[in-house]
Design a protein around this ligand. Structure first.
Ligand SMILES: *[C@@H]1O[C@H](CO)[C@@H](O)[C@H](O)[C@H]1NC(C)=O
Ligand SMILES: *[C@@H]1O[C@H](CO)[C@@H](O)[C@H](O)[C@H]1NC(C)=O
Ligand SMILES: *[C@@H]1O[C@H](CO)[C@@H](O)[C@H](O)[C@H]1NC(C)=O
Ligand SMILES: *[C@@H]1O[C@H](CO)[C@@H](O)[C@H](O)[C@H]1NC(C)=O
Ligand SMILES: *[C@@H]1O[C@H](CO)[C@@H](O)[C@H](O)[C@H]1NC(C)=O
Ligand SMILES: *[C@@H]1O[C@H](CO)[C@@H](O)[C@H](O)[C@H]1NC(C)=O
Length: 456
């Protein structure tokens, strides 16, 4: 059995048989080496990636401007990325507790906002709902007051990664998509694109090949766009879970193409799915079951760094929600203890076991829950004789923001901004984002050199 998936063979064929223009000769030479290589069991995907010819350059840039320097976007450091809530169709009940860009958002707490409403339509960048442009306009007004605030449209994610992988399967798809992005974003008044590639939701299995190729193609177009119109280059980011792909993806290519890599580190250890043993879904150290493991934010960031992503581009993801269980025995609240079921649905999301911080903070008070800031995992959980929820509070988010800055990484992103206590039900407004921002500003001048990494 070949180690190379059939669709990748197709991609290679499409790319290598493209004989347009000046790189025909180069392409021909590469075909000769690809033949025997694809027969070899265990040929690394990185090797294969290095065989891909450069994507066609853009002929639209006049030769006279090609030597101009691209104006890179100014991203404020440390990063505080605010992921915006998914569309109301998913969290329909949240309409009872509407989160609006103009009323509830506090843009002083975010250095950039990621809007999860992009889609791939006919191989070009599109929107999931036409109404999204109203949201973009509302958010763009904040840039008068916060000129460095960036608005980034995200495409892919849990529900739409299949669109990305279907588009990226052929060179024609990549070229068409990449060519569409800059003009669309400029038209909507946005500042960048996030490619959220969810490995599990991908249609194919050669994602770690396709993703860097796609990102490189988009970045080329962003450079061209900036040269052409003299504006700051659009921001390019990607959002990724840490999986075995981290070991095979071409990190240096990916890390060069993008400005930001959002390292997802929540819903860890399958806590979002069938797990019925008590586990924490977003530990900083240790693992979901408390003990030693690689399934934690510190290890995820380290893995991407070792894969070749510059530290300043690596942004650690923290959830502003908890995941919980109904206890099987009221006296058994330890990691790995059996549960009777996922926790009750929260009032506002109606999702079992999923608790926004703004609801959890009330529930903890009402039920007289015991709160533990567990040093082994540097994360918090709360329990009563009936339920157990793993989450992050002000203290443990400070710890995460501190560790990220102390180890030279770029910053923190939150998923998502509407789950903080934005209306101050339990005290001051936005306690979690304020804690992160405050900790980052304290750390500002004390960062360790970028090559030093502290993992206990
Ligand atoms: C996304 O996928 C999840 C899981 O399959 C599903 O429950 C949810 O309804 C989907 N959301 C949207 C907006 O389609
Ligand atoms: C998709 O794009 C092609 C050109 O690239 C065009 O011919 C076709 O009509 C488009 N289809 C839709 C449904 O927009
Ligand atoms: C979408 O736009 C329509 C028409 O402008 C408007 O009636 C509707 O309220 C909008 N929906 C949302 C969720 O903003
Ligand atoms: C290359 O990637 C494919 C798809 O993820 C995987 O099945 C295959 O094992 C990888 N090959 C190597 C040698 O890593
Ligand atoms: C908890 O209570 C159950 C039922 O009384 C008992 O079987 C179990 O051993 C107890 N567990 C612990 C950790 O004390
Ligand atoms: C929580 O504690 C308060 C004060 O000690 C008490 O009045 C209340 O009934 C307790 N609530 C629950 C759910 O145990």
């Amino acid at each position: 059995m070949s180690a190379i998936p059939a669709n990748f063979m197709t991609l290679l064929f499409v790319l290598l048989s493209c004989t347009a223009g000046a790189f025909a000769a180069e392409t021909k030479a590469q075909v000769l080496t690809v033949g025997p290589l694809v027969q070899v069991q265990g040929t690394s995907n990185k090797t294969l990636l290095s065989l891909l010819p450069a994507l066609p350059g853009n002929s639209k840039v006049p030769a006279s401007t090609q030597t101009n320097v691209v104006k890179n976007p100014q991203l404020e450091l440390p990063h505080r990325g605010c992921f915006y809530p998914e569309d109301a169709a998913f969290f329909d009940v949240r309409l009872l507790r509407k989160f609006s860009a103009t009323k509830e958002l506090d843009p002083s707490l975010c250095t950039y906002i990621v809007l999860p409403t992009g889609s791939v339509q006919n191989m070009t960048l599109g929107l999931t709902t036409p109404n999204d442009t109203d949201l973009f306009q509302a958010l763009a007004k904040y840039k008068d007051q916060f000129p460095s605030l960036k608005l980034i449209l995200s495409v892919g994610g849990r529900n739409r990664t299949h669109e990305l992988s279907e588009m990226a399967e052929t060179q024609a798809g990549i070229v068409k998509f990449a060519a569409s992005v800059a003009a669309k974003l400029r038209g909507w008044g946005l500042d960048g694109l996030d490619v959220y590639w969810n490995w599990e939701a991908s249609a194919f299995r050669s994602d770690e090949i396709l993703l860097p190729v796609l990102l490189k193609a988009i970045r080329k177009e962003f450079d061209r766009d900036s040269l052409e119109n003299g504006k700051d280059r659009l921001v390019l980011s990607t959002t990724l879970q840490e999986t075995s792909q981290t070991n095979t993806i071409d990190g240096p290519v990916l890390g060069t193409a993008v400005d930001l890599v959002h390292a997802v580190s929540y819903d860890q250890g399958n806590t979002a799915f069938a797990t019925l043993n008590i586990a924490h879904h977003s530990p900083l150290f240790g693992g979901p079951l408390g003990g030693s493991s690689q399934v934690n934010l510190a290890s995820v960031l380290q893995a991407w760094f070792l894969a070749g992503i510059p530290k300043s581009k690596l942004v650690g993801g923290v959830p502003l929600y908890g995941r919980g269980w109904i206890l099987e025995n009221s006296n058994e609240t330890f990691f790995g203890a059996p549960s009777a079921d996922q926790d009750l649905p929260s009032d506002y999301t109606h999702l079992s076991g999923y608790w926004p911080y703004y609801e959890l903070c009330q529930r903890i008070k009402l039920d007289n829950a015991t709160v533990v800031n567990d040093k082994r995992i540097a994360a918090s959980y709360a329990f009563t004789p009936t339920w157990w929820v793993g989450y992050n509070n002000e203290e443990t988010l400070r710890g995460k923001a501190n560790w990220i800055s102390a180890n030279g990484f770029g910053g923190v992103f939150v998923n998502d901004v509407s789950l903080d206590d934005f209306s101050g039900i339990c005290g001051t407004k936005y306690p979690l984002l304020h804690a992160i921002k405050d900790e980052q500003s304290k750390m500002g001048t004390t960062s360790l050199p970028a090559n030093r990494l502290v993992v206990p």
